[in-house]
Unconditional design. Sequence first.
Length: 124
Amino acid sequence: MPRNNLPYDHRAASLDHRLRKNMKPQERKLWYLFLRQYPLRFYRQRPIASYIVDFYCASAKLVIEIDGAQHYTDEGYKRDWKRSDALEALGLRILRFTNEEIDRHFDSVCETIQNDIQGNIKEE
């Protein structure tokens, strides 16, 4: 059954609940210090198609991914490319940040998200 007109894999439902309860420190920081209070609604660990994205804003058609070390292997790059391709085919934009960016440049990350949303909402 689609959620917000996006495909949804019900098999991911139990996993998304577990991921929300066990967020990485960088995900927790972005959620509690920025996205949770953002004027547009964001969802944590949202199933879309056969993937679970870290954060999703339906009204901005935006996915935010926080990438740890496992993403920087050859296999990780291939998985991320395939995942991004599938999500973009659904009309979504993807912003990716590293754990290090969240830890060391948090204000810049928040500004990038804000600028992306403002720029794309004005274009509609």
